[in-house]
Write a protein that binds this ligand. Structure first.
Ligand SMILES: *[C@@H]1O[C@H](CO)[C@@H](O)[C@H](O)[C@H]1NC(C)=O
Ligand SMILES: *[C@@H]1O[C@H](CO)[C@@H](O)[C@H](O)[C@H]1NC(C)=O
Length: 204
């Protein structure tokens, strides 16, 4: 009985340790990367159709060698605060293992200190919302060490407005519902008109 207790306690301890070792805090990362992908003012990007050209590189105001531990870059598409309101499943958490801000992978590349770019077609599963792009730099142990993003610290500028596929289907569906309602009504109208005609000729 006592040994089961000890076993449970150590399992719990182990899982806590595992948790902390993966719990890199976003607030501990240095913003050394510059990520650009100028959204066009007022453009609504269609998921599955429209493309973004993203480029990223080391901010040259950091001393050379600041990026010596960077091994990989992963670019992600992230929910802007305006699309996180009342949606716990998109919540921003400082511990990156629990953070739900950046749910869409754009691309992963070996790190290079020179400016790189990538053309991304917004994937079909990206829902209607407002987004920004963020790049994380990972070290050899695949742990986040730095980042950069297309928006400012408040995540309020240079945002991408995406219209998801389901949104488009919904409007198509509404159009077809209206259309069928219209045809049912006109058919009914036709029958009523025909009946009246038949009735009036019968009365004569
Ligand atoms: C990378 O190149 C693009 C296009 O030339 C430019 O807009 C962007 O500012 C550059 N980024 C960096 C970090 O130098
Ligand atoms: C580059 O880094 C410097 C120093 O941290 C910062 O002041 C500057 O705004 C950064 N540049 C960009 C384009 O983010």
């Amino acid at each position: 009985m006592a040994s089961t207790g000890i076993l449970l306690a150590s399992l719990l301890l182990l899982s806590c340790l595992a948790e902390t070792s993966h719990g890199v805090l976003f607030s501990s990362l240095k913003q050394t990367l510059i990520v650009t992908a100028s959204p066009k003012e007022g453009q609504v990007y269609k998921a599955g159709v429209d493309k973004l050209t993203v480029s990223w590189g080391l901010n040259q105001s950091f001393p050379a060698g600041s990026d010596s531990t960077y091994k990989t870059i992963k670019l992600k598409f992230c929910y802007a605060p305006v699309s996180q309101v009342d949606r716990g499943w998109r919540k921003t958490v400082d511990s990156l293992s629990k953070d739900k801000t950046c749910q869409f992978k754009v691309v992963a590349r070996p790190y290079s200190s020179s400016n790189q770019s990538f053309e991304w077609t917004i994937e079909r599963d990206v829902p209607s919302a407002t987004y920004f792009l963020r790049a994380y730099a990972y070290d050899a142990a695949d742990v986040e060490v730095a980042y950069g993003q297309t928006t400012n610290a408040h995540k309020a500028t240079n945002l991408f407005v995406v219209q998801g596929i389901t949104g488009r289907h919904a409007s198509l569906d509404i159009a077809s519902i209206c259309f069928s309602a219209f045809s049912v009504l006109s058919l009914a109208g036709f029958f009523i008109a025909e009946k009246r005609k038949a009735k009036s000729s019968h009365d004569k």
